[in-house]
Write a protein that binds this ligand. Structure first.
Ligand code: 9MR
Length: 450
């Protein structure tokens, strides 16, 4: 059977959102974050997992963000699991995706104490061997992507909380010179890539960020190629440091760029409307601090959807740390980012709203698969009914996770026995197959309690 599928970027054309008991919201028409950021002279990025870059995940990653950071694909343990045997598959895929979508790539990361291959960490090396291994690694990886990487997180997490150097393979074997050497080797392999040192808990002015500041200052004074500082920004709800903007500014005043490289804001689960509103404020204030400093060039979120975040497995009981929920519905945090970037056309779900978002996830010559996601923020449902009227003769043939009936052009879908409850801060989805011909316009969905 022949099946003509439309390209994924078209999917965003086939979406619509309705608000319960209010006028239809404008999510689908909102200006993408990347356009808002560009108007401010900024880049907005997300960490991504290569294998997920299809469907709605790929659509959002490609349309909302102007920069991608491979979450794990460029780490040493991924690219050289066995000495001399390389696996560039996922890294290549992400770079190709970024190029196809007009996006920058932040390379992450070359020198770290974590996620290194076993052969490296288990080996016994002289300083000279270790130095040569590191130089080869940097030359090979940076060289492979020469001209394709906007910025490299060359050195990751070199400091302890008190500002002393972290005891690592690199520091213990090579002393603090490993940092200057790594930057110098990376510069030799790609003179146009911006070279960063990246760390966490350095967002505010504190002992650790001051150690980083002093290091950057001394590297600059010594003529070492250092272009930027990455503030990871793995934050806890309500705890954006008051000195964030001041801290960004002091690095900028050293003559380096600053990037927020791994932003997320975790909360104790379950999420509720109060927490989601605080999270919106937190995302907004971080992005606003970057917007306020001209040398702050990029804000990158560490995963854009709650289904692709490191937080839940690392901090049991915590999660919901990203701007989209697990069903790809934008959370208040999304609108916090948007507003900080000057977005004026966004319509954040008002307090006490549930929304129904209709989208076509795939379409072929005679049929299509659709999905409706019902999300609640500041409200909840114990049963629901989504109704719409098709405008071009579409006919539902099969539905799952809902009971759908169609009479003429009128469709009515009610919850299944097991998914009538939509808790505050959560969402449920149902799907269907349908036939179409001629055109397949997105209908306006009305959501009501069943
Ligand atoms: O997101 C990454 C996750 O998938 C890995 O399991 C984890 C292993 O440490 O690394 C995560 O990314 C880290 C990043 O590379 C450096 N800063 C902290 C991030 C969260 O752990």
């Amino acid at each position: 059977m022949r099946s003509l599928r439309f390209g994924l970027p078209l999917v965003s054309l086939f979406t619509g959102v309705a608000l319960l008991f209010t006028a239809p919201a404008a999510h689908a028409a909102d200006t993408p974050l990347r356009d808002l950021a560009a108007a401010k002279g900024k880049v907005i990025g997300t960490a991504v997992t290569g294998s997920k870059l299809t469907g709605t995940y790929g659509d959002l990653a490609g349309s909302q963000f102007s920069s991608l950071t491979p979450g794990n694909a460029m780490k040493w343990g991924t690219v050289e699991p066995t000495q001399g045997t390389f696996n560039w598959t996922e890294a290549d895929q992400i770079v190709a995706f970024a190029q196809a979508h007009g996006q920058q790539v932040r390379g992450h990361t070359l020198v770290w104490h974590s996620q290194n291959p076993g052969w490296l960490t288990n080996g016994t090396w002289t300083s000279a061997q270790l130095s040569s291994l590191l130089q080869n690694h940097i030359s090979t990886e940076v060289g492979r992507y020469k001209g394709k990487i906007a910025a490299w997180d060359v050195v990751n997490e070199p400091f302890n909380e008190d500002g002393s150097y972290r005891s690592t393979l690199w520091y213990n074997g090579l002393g603090s010179d490993y940092i200057a050497n790594a930057l110098t080797w990376a510069h030799a392999a790609d003179p146009d890539a911006k070279l960063y040192i990246n760390d966490y808990n350095v967002e505010g002015v504190n002992a650790k960020s001051t150690a980083l500041y002093n290091l950057v200052k001394s590297l600059k004074a010594a003529g070492v190629p250092i272009d930027g500082v990455g503030l990871q920004a793995h934050l806890v709800l309500g705890q954006v440091p008051a000195t964030l903007q001041q801290n960004i500014q002091r690095f900028a005043d050293l003559g380096v760029d600053v990037a927020i490289t791994e932003l997320d804001v975790r909360m104790a689960l379950p999420a509720d409307s109060t927490k989601l509103a605080q999270q919106k404020a937190d995302f907004k204030s971080v992005v606003a601090a970057c917007v306020a400093v001209s040398r702050c060039v990029n804000v990158t979120v560490w995963g854009f959807t709650d289904s692709d975040s490191w937080v839940d497995s690392t901090f049991p009981g915590y999660g919901a740390a990203t701007p989209y929920d697990a069903n790809y519905a934008p959370k208040p945090a999304y609108y916090g980012i948007s507003e900080a970037l000057g977005g004026t056309t966004t319509t954040p779900p008002p307090t006490g709203a549930c929304t129904a978002a209709y989208s076509v996830s795939s379409q072929w010559n005679t049929g299509f698969t659709g999905q409706v996601t019902i999300s609640c923020s500041g409200a909840s449902l114990s049963s629901w009914k989504a109704t719409w009227t098709y405008g071009a003769g579409q006919q539902i043939t099969q539905a799952w996770n809902a009971v759908c009936t169609q009479s003429g052009a009128a469709v009515s879908c009610t919850n299944a026995s097991y998914n009538g409850t939509v808790a505050d801060g959560s969402s449920v989805s149902f799907g269907f197959n349908a036939a179409w011909s001629g055109s397949n316009p997105v209908p306006a969905v009305t959501l009501s309690p069943a």
